[in-house]
Design a binder for this molecule. Structure first.
Ligand SMILES: Cc1ncc(C[n+]2csc(CCOP(=O)(O)OP(=O)(O)O)c2C)c(N)n1
Ligand SMILES: CC(=O)[C@@H](O)[C@H](O)COP(=O)(O)O
Ligand SMILES: [Mg+2]
Length: 642
């Protein structure tokens, strides 16, 4: 269903058309754009509050600059819906995040206006700086490069690495637009947040200024001339103070602001003016996440990505079920961690800016002094965890699989080489779904299993997740030299009654789920729950494959694998992870090393970028949904091996 845009928005297919409007019409464009976002997201879901917060910034930037020649890089890109709508994608916007539809993030392949592909945070300044240097190298001194970055994304180390570099490149036409709404997904954290609030209210500068004026005010005989002298002193002081006390100025970035990020007229003027000011600069804009939609302004975390909702009442739609449903793996993680931490005083939790998404917020609420949100700082999260582990703490460091890609060196260098038993819970492992390729947790099995001193496990259900967590904090792991990775996907499990008593799991021990004939299916993690469905499809055809849940990719259950390869010469491996270097590869390595010659079909994520869609749609596309598994069994079963 196409959502009807307002009359002005309906005329804008490209920013060229936006720029033909009179400046006085921009307020209405903003209203209509905001409404169009509300109308669409309420029906189709997606990220919400962030795009509402940058409506004016987006309109003003496209109005004042000459996009696409001037290039805008959106950090993370979850706030770029307005940009997409203004840049030729309004009529396809209802396909946003659906299989085959528009991507939820800027994407170079999708539009010339998407200057840089994003999804992970804190990359925008580096990218825009690189573009700016590239443009100068090509002799283009006019092109503008803008990085629009949130206060949350600014907590990421890469942003600082980039500013540090930018401050030394005086000729670049780089503009950093800091979209400061005091929010990450959850409330923003850390000293930088306090600093931004401080300069927004100009405490430091105003305090010093007031003290000088008070001091001089007492010297009444100075009169008006003295006030003028003082004013000059003050201006001098301002320049010095600003340079010394303003973080950005001290990095040689010209700092402007803070300004109201919802005043489209003023923003348009500022962006036009800033074009004439050479060198790297930063405009600090104060905005409200969820601006213009009351419920989203009030509960900004809930409305970061609320799902479908009634735009009139603000009710977020939830499916209603007759019977109790299985919990999300995230809920099991969050509740189990608190349960374990109540019994084990050494347990602490770490999340890099995903308290709600990972459910670490349950521990943060129950035991605030033992659970840490460190900001968007995956590398720091890992090394901080390593540091705590040296002191004998049992650290549960929960990171989305895709964001762990950021912290690989820290896992190797700070954790595994030092033989520290950190527990890594990798959430959103496997296909993330609508967020697409930037967020798929495709690679963790491959990149974790090759590191010495790393155990890699994945539970097939909620009970196994609880037991793996229980085992990870037990002496079996904590008195040893190995770290453990427990990976699990986004979404619901399979066990409505999941609060099972804890049991230790032997490290490296898999299990036979079902006996069978002719073909053995080996799975890792919750994808194994597709196997019974596949078997149902096969039953009518007289095919009854066996099913084994490996539980550990490392160490492999060698005894179980010997049993499998001695009994079966047709084996299928299934994983919600990349085929290259994944569980199937580990099984084939085992097979080769032990001289088995079975026919093995590996199912998993192929060596190409898989776009967005529902998880099941993507499993189907890659051939490891129940039908795909059944097909693989059929294909193997008809083979006559020599
Ligand atoms: C490396 C990385 N870690 C975590 C995330 C998840 N994430 C997406 S948006 C976001 C908050 C960003 O806050 P901010 O930049 O202030 O933007 P706002 O949503 O407030 O507009 C987080 C933590 C991510 N995309 N990338
Ligand atoms: C943009 C971003 O990185 C997050 O908002 C992400 O989309 C959250 O994913 P979940 O919804 O799986 O927590
Ligand atoms: Mg923010």
């Amino acid at each position: 269903m196409l959502i009807t845009p307002g009359p002005l928005l309906a005329q804008i297919d490209t920013p060229e058309e936006l720029r033909k409007l009179d400046k006085s019409q921009l307020v209405q464009v903003c209203q209509e754009l905001r409404q169009f976002i509300v109308d669409n997201v309420s029906v189709y879901g997606g990220h919400f509050g962030a795009s509402l917060g940058v409506v004016e910034l987006t309109v003003a930037l496209h109005y004042a600059l000459h996009t696409p020649e001037d290039q805008i890089v959106f950090d993370v890109g979850h706030q770029a819906y307005g940009h997409k709508i203004l840049t030729g994608r309004r009529n396809r916007f209802h396909t946003n995040r659906f299989y085959g539809g528009l991507s939820g993030f800027p994407k170079r392949k999708e539009s010339p206006y998407d200057a840089f592909g994003v999804g992970h945070s804190s990359t925008s300044i580096s990218a825009a700086l690189g573009m700016s240097v590239g443009a100068l190298h090509n002799g283009n001194t006019q092109q503008q490069h803008v990085a629009i970055i949130g206060d949350g994304a600014l907590t990421g180390g890469m942003a600082f690495e980039a500013m540090n570099h930018a401050g030394s490149l005086k000729d670049t036409n780089l503009l950093i637009v800091l979209n400061d709404n005091c929010m990450s997904i959850d409330p923003n954290v850390g000293a930088l947040k306090d600093y931004l609030t401080d300069i927004t209210t100009s405490h430091t500068y105003n305090r010093v200024k007031d003290e000088i004026w008070n001091l001089l005010g007492k010297m009444s005989n100075f009169g008006r001339t003295a006030q003028e002298i003082v004013s000059k002193i003050e201006n001098g002081l301002k320049a010095t103070l600003l340079h010394q006390s303003n973080l950005f100025e001290s990095l040689n970035l010209r700092y402007f602001g803070p300004v109201d990020g919802h005043d489209v007229d003023h923003l348009t003027e500022i962006f036009s003016d800033l074009k004439a000011i050479p060198g790297p600069k930063i405009l600090h804009c104060v905005t409200v996440k969820g601006k213009g939609y009351g419920p989203a302004e009030k509960d900004q975390t809930k409305w970061h990505a609320p799902g479908k909702f009634d735009k009139i009442t603000g009710e977020i739609f939830k499916k209603v079920y007759e019977k109790p449903q299985p919990p999300k793996y995230q809920e099991v993680f969050g509740n189990t961690l608190v349960e374990l931490a109540e019994q084990n005083a050494k347990i602490v939790g770490v999340t890099p800016a995903m308290p709600s998404g990972s459910s670490m917020n349950i521990m943060m609420k129950a035991m605030p002094e033992r659970a840490f949100d460190v900001g968007i700082a995956e590398q720091h999260a890992v090394t901080f965890s390593a540091g705590m582990a040296t002191q004998g703490l049992t650290v549960f460091c929960n990171i989305y699989s895709t964001f762990m890609q950021r912290a690989y060196d820290q896992v190797v260098h700070d954790v595994c080489i030092q033989e520290l038993p950190v527990v890594f819970c990798l959430d959103r492992a496997g296909f993330a779904g609508a967020d697409g390729p930037t967020h798929h947790g495709a690679y963790d099995i491959a990149f974790m299993r090759c590191i010495p001193n790393m155990i890699v496990a994945s539970p097939m259900n909620e009970q196994e997740l609880r037991n793996l967590m229980y085992t990870a904090q037990s002496d079996r792991v904590q008195s040893g030299t190995q770290s453990i990775t427990i990976r699990y996907p986004r979404g619901e499990g399979v066990m409505p009654d999941w609060r099972t008593p804890f049991e230790l799991i032997e490290i490296g021990k898999g299990r036979k789920v079902q006996d069978g004939e002719e073909v053995a299916i080996l799975t890792i993690g919750p994808i194994g729950n597709y196997v019974p469905n596949a078997c149902q499809l096969l039953e009518k055809e007289g095919l009854t494959p066996a099913h084994y849940d490996l539980r550990f990719v490392k160490p492999l259950d060698e005894a179980l694998l010997h049993e499998v390869f001695q009994k079966f010469d047709k084996v299928i491996t299934v994983e919600d992870g990349c085929l290259m270097g994944g569980m199937g590869s580990a099984v084939v390595e085992f097979m080769t090393e032990h001289g088995y010659t079975a026919k093995v079909k590996r199912l998993g994520i192929p060596d190409r970028i898989v776009e967005h869609g529902e998880q099941l749609e993507l499993h189907r596309e890659c051939g490891f949904d129940p039908e795909g598994i059944a097909r693989a069994v059929r294909e193997l079963a008809v083979l006559t091996l020599v």
